[in-house]
Design a protein around this ligand. Sequence first.
Ligand code: CU
Length: 138
Amino acid sequence: MKRVAAAMLIVLAVPAAATASSAGQVGASATTVRTELMEWMVMPSKSRVPAGKVTFVVTNSGKLKHDFVVLRTNLAPGKLPIVGARAKELGRVGRTPVFGPKQTRKLTLTLKAGRYVLICNVPAHYMAGMRVAFRVGG
Ligand SMILES: [Cu+2]
C-alpha cells in the first residue's frame, strides 16, 4: 500500500501533459508486482502496469505447492479452455516452476500493452479459482 500511495503522489505532482507522455514510455527500470498465491486465489499488488519490463515477485502464502503463469489473452479469467484438469496456456509469456509454501520466485518479463490473465496451473487449481485479470498499458 505504501508503494501505491507514493506512486499516486508522484502522478499528482506531475502536470497532466507530462503524465500523458510518460504513460507511453517503456520504462528503463522494471515495475514490481508483488503477487501472493494461496488456496484459491492469485493476488497481484497491482492490477495494471505500464508496458515494458515487469518483475513479478511471487510468494506462495498457501499450504500447497503452486505455480504462476502469465498469459496474454483477451479471454476473461474464468473462460480459458480446459485440457484435462488444467487451463490451456494460450498466449503464455512466462511462468515459474511449481514451488512450495513460504517460498518466493521472481519472474521478469517484457510485457506489451494488452489484456492478461495470471493463473496457477497446478492440476485443478485454475478451476478452483486461482486466476485473475491483469492489464498492461492503455
Ligand atoms: Cu495453485
